[in-house]
Write a protein of this length. Structure first.
Length: 540
């Protein structure tokens, strides 16, 4: 490396003081970032990646978090560890900026985007409102949002996930920082948007000669973006080298495991003549967009517009597409959780006209696993209560002991220790919480489970485990799945049939293997290219 070192981390340790004593989150971490270089911190959840990044920004919750003696972080030759708020403030958002993992929670929900981006400019450069507005429009064009110049008063909830992430990037780049820290910048984004964000970061880095610290668990992103890679596990860097060397010849067993952890294989063999569990014909879900002066709707959002779908026992229908394509709405319509038009048959029973009371006896047979297990599991209930709640509603006749036995069996089915059932959701990892959500659906012995992005925010190694688990459960219980996802690598490992959606309509539909190997439409080809064929860029 001939370029001068911009950031040097030496023997960094981070201790958290807890009621149970001192927890060492980061242990003797050392790495350098040169000017214009991209360094990736890679590892699973809890490995210490984000804590390391927050240490650079000095944003940890001090004094509960402590840097023991010997820890050093120098930026352009200046020591940051122990630097007070007054001295850090001119650096944060000016010379060092950070893109946080979840833009929806990082952006202020009450303030329009112009105010949020402009705040950084007024604070660090003293711009007046007119100067700030001009610069905000420049930044939005820089991050590929020229159309937002007419929507400067829009609040975060009015933007898509990709637009919110670009607004976060615009804020981070407002003052042309020397170092940009990107913490999981593409987690849970559509594959096409993910590709756009990565290309944007790469082009901006080269244009501004900026250094980039990239934090991620997705090795396909690292392979595309990074010059240097540090692999973290349990707060320790277990391996670091150039990206080319690491991917060609990984040395540590943990690195090899991460590289081999992509969801693999194909769906289990299925009987094409299996019984139909649920069938939807010409399903439509239209939401009113605008009303005239007299209150009559004159414009509709066609979230789902005339879709046919059949789910058979022991088979998986994959539904893919970008955010806003109608994937989740289609799943909710089939489960009669949102109003729809068209015919829906559960086995031979026409249920599309059923009201809430008529649907209740069928609910145990039609289950759903939501995208965010932490948000869908009540923090006030134990795991046993969460899984057993459905049994109390749908199996009122069984005894308490029988209910407990069913909960234990469900936990065993998802490979969780039954002895942990009296704990609460916050005491489990993301992957374990997703297993709990699956167990909650499974305990009622359903015939169909709608899986709504069940792996989107999980580490790749955990994704592979969940895919293997779902395939095993499908084979054991002859379950029908509707698997909704934007991650085509995961869908390829699960689906028998595939539906590709865009703007509420079917773009392409057919046997999954056939669609993956020979896509017929440009949209499907673009999705596959973005998801499955991320090319590594050439390095000098």
């Amino acid at each position: 490396m001939n370029d001068p070192i911009l950031l040097s981390v030496k023997d960094l340790c981070v201790d958290f003081r807890t009621s149970d004593g001192v927890f060492q989150a980061v242990k003797n971490v050392s790495f350098d970032i040169c000017k214009g270089q991209t360094t990736a911190l890679v590892g699973e959840s809890g490995s210490g990646k984000s804590v390391t990044a927050l240490s650079v920004m000095q944003l940890l919750p001090y004094p509960r978090a402590q840097h023991p003696a010997g820890s050093s972080i120098t930026f352009d030759g200046e020591e940051l560890v122990g630097r007070g708020e007054a001295l850090m403030r001119p650096l944060r958002g000016h010379r060092i900026s950070m893109i946080f993992q979840e833009p929806m929670t990082s952006l202020n929900p009450l303030h329009p985007i112009e105010r949020q981006i402009g705040e950084v400019l007024k604070l660090h450069q003293g711009m007046n409102p007119e100067q700030a507005r001009t610069r905000v429009i420049e930044l939005l064009e820089l991050v590929g949002l020229p159309q937002m110049k007419d929507r400067l008063k829009a609040c975060p909830h009015e933007l898509s996930g990709g637009q919110r992430q670009r607004v976060m990037i615009a804020m981070a780049l407002a003052n042309n920082p020397d170092l940009l820290i990107a913490d999981e910048p593409t987690t849970a984004l559509d594959v096409t948007v993910q590709a756009q964000i990565l290309e944007l970061l790469q082009s901006l880095k080269e244009k501004l000669n900026m250094s980039l610290l990239l934090i991620t668990h997705d090795l396909s992103i690292v392979q595309k973006m990074a010059d240097h890679v540090c692999v973290m596990k349990n707060g320790v860097i277990v391996e670091q080298s150039s990206a080319a060397t690491l991917f060609a010849n990984p040395q540590h067993d943990y690195t090899k495991m991460l590289l081999a952890a992509q969801p693999r294989g194909h769906a289990i063999p299925a009987n094409q003549n299996a019984a139909t569990i649920i069938k939807g014909t010409n399903i439509k879900v239209h939401f009113p967009r605008r009303k005239n002066f007299f209150g009559k709707v004159n414009d509709w959002v066609k979230a789902v517009d005339g879709i046919d779908v059949t789910c058979r026992a022991g088979q998986t229908v994959g539904v893919v597409g970008e955010s806003g394509s109608g994937k989740t709405t289609l799943g909710l319509a089939l489960l009669r959780l949102t109003a729809s038009q068209g015919d829906i048959h559960f086995r031979e029973q026409l249920i599309s006209g059923y009201n809430r009371d008529q649907m209740r006896p069928l609910r145990s047979k039609l289950q759903i696993v939501f995208q965010d297990p932490f948000g869908s599991l009540s923090p006030r209930l134990s795991i046993s209560q969460i899984i057993g709640e459905g049994l109390e509603v749908h199996r009122e006749a069984i005894t308490r002991n029988d209910r407990e036995e069913l909960v234990v069996q469900a936990l065993r089915d998802v490979n969780l220790d039954p002895d942990t059932r009296h704990r609460y959701p916050h005491e489990f990892s993301g992957g374990q919480r997703q297993r709990v959500a699956i167990a909650r659906a499974l305990v009622l012995q359903p015939e169909l489970i709608v899986l709504d992005e069940p792996t989107s925010a999980l580490d790749v190694s955990v994704q592979a485990q969940i895919v293997d688990l779902l395939r095993g459960l499908q084979e054991k219980y002859n379950l029908a799945y509707m698997f909704i996802s934007h991650d085509l690598r995961v869908v390829r490992a699960m689906a028998h049939d595939l539906i590709v959606m865009k703007d509420g309509k079917v773009v392409e539909q057919g046997p999954a293997l056939q669609v993956f190997e020979n896509p017929q439409t440009e949209y499907t080809q673009a999705l596959l290219e973005a998801a499955l064929a991320l090319k590594t860029r050439k390095r000098a």
